[in-house]
Design a protein around this ligand. Structure first.
Ligand code: BGC
Ligand code: NOJ
Length: 808
């Protein structure tokens, strides 16, 4: 069952009913100011940091769900409603939410009044613009009253939800005509405030929540709206809000648009006041002057569209399979941008007050983002690298505002350092910018201890070699990619963090996953070393990798698949000898990606085992059998009920590893089939089962052991976005930048017979036409009408257009 449809020409998903199984959201903002917006108008916005600079309040885990938003109420002759249906939930004659790239447009119609609200954050602007268009669709004139509503957050979203003894006494606002200023704590150390304004005279306003709602009412029944009359309240403590009241006369068929701006402003510390007690409003006036007319809004929206058109043109495919094309051309890169901007901070599953930027997460996010804006990826890489410790290990997370490693979580996730090599290699391949390797980057943000970026990579690589266990495999530390496989944790205390508890310090628990990751990145590492002129290091790296590959085959092979790990006691994890957890997905995917066992046929065998034991109709589960009981020696993984999260859930992040692995062994049909199982556009038809947005990947789909098999959770902020983009664009469609050229090596199976790709890379444009007979690789390439040897298209100078014909 669908709840909407894709409009590919408009690059929109059109939600046709507000009664989706869960709030379906979108992200506004591309630079520093961001908003989360559900299809009913719920959500919140913030400036840069979702915890510390939260502009509006939102209630996670509320009943009903999705409480708090930027609401526009229509009062029409005693009747009142909201165009997004919620929060009033009065039946609408028509409803639609168009989810676009960094904007949403919600339209509701009732009793001859149509209200359309367009929400977006203009480029270069620290504000949301909401354009509300009211139309009288009947033949008689009408007077309607429009009420706006936002509830301000007192900036630090954590404190806002916990420190009521203070917070209920500090709220302050100023009202100046149609403009409401939220200035809580501005009197003391803050030099920033929020503004909420409309470009028309108001008939009234409210800034005190209870005055607007009435003391016993929720957002669905505000007293001011029901009565059609504002209280003109000025908040003093309690909960400051912003609400405008506009009296709007509409002739038959007449339409009127109003522009609301909700923004964040800062003043210099020594220029905070206009006069004693009155905020310096200069920057706010400047902001508002930019959005006074419908024309200004149109121009800003057009600029946002152009921005996306430009970015998305980097990689486009026409395959005749619209589900594939819309993911590759629109929604997957869009999500990659969102994850790059948000990391794991703010979604409907991440509260914006918790996790910092993950070392491994950020490097992986970059893999799907780097082609969109390489310069921003470069900046991010240097930030991440600066948190690395001198011994090559890494803080697991760092804080986005301070960019310092986070001591609460600390380090010891032994896969972390290697992801820096992956991220850097991806950047260099995309951009050709080798100078990044020579950038001076501190260790642990200590300017006195700095070295070229390449030295960081070297320490990452050698950190693995310095931390090998009894079988010569890498020590796992607290965990590897699978945060929940905690082999040194041994936690018996309820509530204790599996991420930080380490009750055993023995150097025994080993990870075959880290071994595979090491072998996988080694060729890139060696190539970067060569680019630096370190031939000896490159040669040694290749040897280490070859040896590690052999070690995996010797100690990491279980007969039909790759083992997952050795635990603290040296017992196998992910082996037929185990009672539960006999086979894990991660090592099957990554070992094959690394080329381990390909020549011997073990790779295929491992992937066959995945197919036979882990694959379901909804994707590949992480392990089987699921852990039924808590295993103190394995940690968090066994704390989840069977079928959820890392305990045999379908972890959409690692499914693409198997897709890529299938292309390594030449089974493009399998790769594409696996892609289709989890691609949101392909799950649209079963949205009642999947339940989350059909235009964004979720981190997890409940596995076959789960009661709710097939149901997705944790949409949007997940490494799934980047990895699926890498799998489909670089390995299945097969176009990927390498250091020496653009590889064109499709492996997609017979289903898609013909496709064209336009790829912009390093300033040149490659027009690639693929005739796919699935007759086997290597592909035959014709570049600018001349056949070439192999599948690597040499990079052309910037500005050139290169045509590539490919037959495979
Ligand atoms: C989740 C993991 C996540 C980890 C770190 C765990 O509870 O299951 O998916 O990586 O927390 O936040
Ligand atoms: C989510 C985390 O953000 C990521 O770093 C981790 O690899 C996966 N969960 C798997 O545990």
């Amino acid at each position: 069952m669908r709840f909407g449809h894709f409009d590919d020409d408009a690059r929109e998903y059109v939600i046709e009913t507000p009664r989706t199984p869960y709030p379906w959201i979108n992200y506004l903002g591309t630079e520093e100011f961001f908003g989360l917006l559900s299809h009913t108008g719920g959500g919140y916005c913030f400036y840069r940091d979702a915890r510390l600079r939260r502009l509006t309040r939102y209630r996670y885990n509320n009943v009903p769900t999705d409480a708090g938003g930027r609401y526009y109420y229509v009062h029409d002759g005693g009747d009142f409603w909201t165009p997004g249906w919620a929060p009033v939930k009065r039946e609408l004659d028509r409803y639609e939410c168009r989810v676009g790239l960094s904007y949403s447009r919600i339209t509701g119609e009732r009793n001859g009044v149509r209200a359309e609200v367009l929400y977006f954050v203009p480029l270069g602007t620290n504000a949301e613009v909401h354009r509300v268009t009211l139309k009288n669709t009947r033949t008689a004139a009408k007077r309607v009253r429009l009420f706006s509503f936002v509830e301000f957050c007192l900036w630090d979203a954590w404190d806002d939800q916990t420190n009521y003894q203070r917070n209920l006494s500090i709220g302050e606002v100023e009202v100046d005509g149609s403009t409401i200023y939220h200035k809580t704590e501005y009197r003391e150390r803050r030099n920033h405030y929020a503004v909420y304004s409309v470009n028309a005279p108001v008939a009234g306003f409210d800034t005190d929540r209870e005055s607007f709602l009435g003391p016993w009412n929720g957002f669905g029944e505000p007293r001011a709206v029901a009565e059609g009359e504002s209280r003109n309240s000025v908040a003093s403590g309690w909960s400051p809000i912003g609400s405008h009241h506009l009296a709007v006369d509409l002739a038959p068929d007449e339409e009127k648009a109003f522009v609301f701006v909700l923004g964040y402003l800062e003043n210099p510390v020594d220029d905070k006041w206009e006069r004693p007690g009155r905020v310096n409003k200069k920057p706010a006036r400047e902001l508002l002057s930019r959005f006074q007319t419908a024309g200004q809004v149109d121009t800003a929206l057009a600029a946002l569209r152009d921005y996306w058109t430009g970015m998305l043109s980097t990689f486009t495919v026409r395959s005749g399979d619209e589900r594939l094309d819309r993911m590759v051309n629109i929604w997957n890169p869009y999500q990659c941008m969102v994850t790059f901007n948000m990391s794991r901070s703010a979604s409907y599953f991440e509260t914006g007050i918790g996790r910092g930027m993950g070392f491994r997460d950020s490097n992986q996010d970059l893999l799907g983002f780097v082609h969109l804006v390489p310069a921003r990826a470069r900046e991010r890489l240097l930030d991440i690298a600066a948190t690395q410790k001198p011994d090559g290990s890494a803080y697991h997370q760092y804080q986005p505002l301070t960019k310092q490693g986070n001591n609460d979580v600390g380090s010891g996730f032994n896969d972390d350092p290697l992801w820096l090599v992956s991220g850097t290699a991806a950047y260099v391949k995309e951009s050709g910018d080798l100078s990044v390797l020579k950038e001076t980057v501190p260790f642990d943000n200590d300017p006195k201890d700095a070295a070229p970026l390449f030295e960081h990579l070297k320490r990452s690589f050698h950190h693995v070699l310095q931390n090998l266990g009894p079988h010569g495999l890498p020590l796992i530390g607290r965990a590897d990619w699978n945060d929940c496989l905690n082999l040194n944790c041994f936690s018996d205390t309820p509530g204790e963090s599996f991420q930080t508890t380490g009750n055993r310090t023995g150097r025994t628990a080993e990870s075959i996953f880290i071994a595979a990751l090491f072998v996988h990145i080694a060729p890139d590492y060696a190539a970067l070393a060569e680019a630096m002129g370190f031939e000896e290091e490159a040669r040694a790296a290749r040897e280490h990798a070859a040896r590690m590959g052999e070690t995996v085959l010797e100690h990491g092979w279980d007969g039909d698949w790759f083992l997952r790990a050795y635990d603290f006691f040296g017992k196998k994890v992910g082996s037929r000898e185990c009672e539960d957890g006999q086979i894990f997905i991660e090592t099957q995917g990554y070992c094959v990606m690394a080329g381990i066992g390909v020549a011997s046929g073990q790779a295929r065998k491992a992937l066959d085992s995945v197919r036979d034991r882990l694959e379901t109709a909804h994707g590949i589960v992480l392990n089987q059998p699921a852990y039924e009981a808590y295993h103190i020696e394995l940690g968090e993984i066994s704390s989840y009920p069977p079928g959820y999260k890392e305990n045999a859930g379908i972890f959409c992040h690692n499914n693409p590893w198997v897709m890529i692995a299938e292309t390594v062994v030449g089974r493009g049909d399998r790769a594409l089939a696996l892609w289709r199982k989890i691609a949101p556009s392909c799950r649209e038809e079963t949205s009642e089962v999947h339940r989350l947005e059909p235009y964004a990947y979720a981190q997890m789909i409940a596995g076959r052991d789960a009661v709710r098999h097939g149901e997705a959770k944790n949409s949007w902020l997940t490494g799934t976005a980047a990895w699926n983009f890498v799998a489909i664009s670089q390995h299945i469609l097969g176009v990927r930048p390498e250091i020496g050229g653009l590889r064109v090596d499709p492996c997609i199976g017979p289903d898609v017979e013909h496709f064209t790709i336009v790829r912009h890379c390093r300033g040149a444009e490659y027009r690639i036409t693929v005739t796919n007979k699935a007759t086997g690789r290597p592909a035959r390439l014709v570049v600018d009408d001349r056949p070439i040897e192999g599948t690597l298209v040499p990079y052309a100078p910037a500005g050139r257009v290169v045509t590539v014909g490919c037959e495979v």
